[in-house]
Design a protein around this ligand. Structure first.
Ligand SMILES: Nc1ncnc2c1ncn2[C@@H]1O[C@H](COP(=O)(O)OP(=O)(O)OP(=O)(O)O)[C@@H](O)[C@H]1O
Ligand SMILES: [Mg+2]
Length: 256
């Protein structure tokens, strides 16, 4: 794929067949955009449209443009040309391989050095509480370990200019760190989230309802302040969670 300076979503229809309330959304490199909405409102479908570079050929009838143009068929079908990475909501490894074998294979397919394998595992281990070993079989990794490994793999090996993330907060990994890792400088990032901290970490958020895009909200200065307060609260919750997970007692509340 050529250098990407703009991703455009040309809106389509909702579940009732009515036009979406927004006509077009333009996203430039360096921007993290949130996608929010109730369960079943079409958040994952929007992510899938972008991943497939839909051209009016999905139930939503949306079109996705790269640099203002419809991408050619070769870009849509060749994963090496598409360069869109997706951390999906439901992820299971089916391959009968070890972590190291899988990462080596992926690194080779992307012409990366083998020392990247070690880097991916090290980074993954900063995101998960239970450390991943190179010789472990992929199929026995926990949900949190799998998602941590895929987040690190996307950041280091895939290194795609467009990154799509579906509900990282339910993955049992350090969500803010994972988002910062995936949203490296100059990338276009879309993150589906029910989590207020992640939603407010974005510059803009797309609001979904009934399968359609209803509005795009720009995060205000007030919301950014709320976000920094929430981060403190969230860190406190995490420390409580850790203590409880490790069999500790939490008998005194520390109000932040
Ligand atoms: N515009 C649309 N037209 C027709 N069907 C749609 C449209 N948008 C979403 N759907 C369908 O609605 C269902 C729910 O959508 P989706 O899985 O994207 O919701 P979600 O917001 O990701 O929900 P959750 O929060 O539970 O993950 C899916 O079966 C999807 O195919
Ligand atoms: Mg979903």
């Amino acid at each position: 794929m050529q250098d990407i300076h703009e991703l455009t979503i040309i809106c389509g229809i909702d579940k009732s067949g009515a036009k979406e309330d927004v006509e077009k959304i333009r996203i430039c490199p360096g921007e993290i955009v949130g996608i929010v909405g109730p369960t079943g409102s079409g958040k994952s479908s929007l992510i899938c449209d972008i991943e497939q570079l839909s051209q009016g050929d999905t139930p939503t009838r949306r079109k996705i443009l790269i640099n203002g143009k419809a991408p050619g068929r070769d870009i849509r079908t060749d994963p090496r040309k598409k360069r869109i990475a997706q951390l999906s909501q439901n992820m299971h490894f089916l391959a009968d391989m070890t972590v190291e074998e899988f990462l080596r294979m992926h690194a080779k397919s992307r012409n990366r050095n083998f020392d990247t394998v070690e880097r991916v595992i090290d980074i993954a281990n900063t995101l998960t509480g239970e450390s991943i070993q190179p010789g472990q079989q992929l199929t026995i990794l926990s949900g949190g370990q799998s998602r941590a490994l895929m987040a690190a793999d996307i950041a280091v090996i895939s290194d795609s200019p467009i990154v799509l993330i579906d509900e990282i907060e339910n993955a049992g990994i350090k969500k803010q760190e994972a988002l910062k890792l995936l949203a490296a400088e100059g990338k276009i990032v879309l993150v589906v989230t029910h989590d207020p901290v992640l939603a407010l970490m974005t510059k803009r958020r797309i609001v979904m309802r009934n399968g359609g895009i209803r509005q795009v909200i720009t995060t205000s200065a007030g919301e950014m302040n709320v976000c920094s307060e929430l981060v403190k609260l969230d860190n406190y919750m995490m420390s409580l969670r850790d203590t409880i997970r490790h069999g500790g007692l939490v008998e005194q509340a520390v109000i932040v």
